[in-house]
Design a protein around this ligand. Sequence first.
Ligand SMILES: [Zn+2]
Length: 108
Amino acid sequence: MERMEILLEKAIQIHEKEPKLAQRYVELARHIGMKARVRIPRKYRRLICRSCKQFIHPGCTLRVRVKSGGVKHITFTCLRCGQIVRVPVEKRRVDRAASSSKQRTQSF
Ligand SMILES: [Zn+2]
């Protein structure tokens, strides 16, 4: 499990100089994850495109845009395959002020 993280960390470090090697590390990490039936940790999951399974990194092969207005969300665009993933920005949990009291109105 830790080997997977080491590989992904290495991929992040070298992807600018050695994008092919970084991709290899990502593939290895995915293989390890599949064999061990371990999911890739959350913080690394966004480094792998859901569509093309390639290593993606902000500023390199990933475009990150924050859209505000209405519902805030972040769009991740994979520059390899064009896959767009929209992630809504979590709002701070606000206690529901509106009580769900059903009022039965009887009209006579
Ligand atoms: Zn992609």
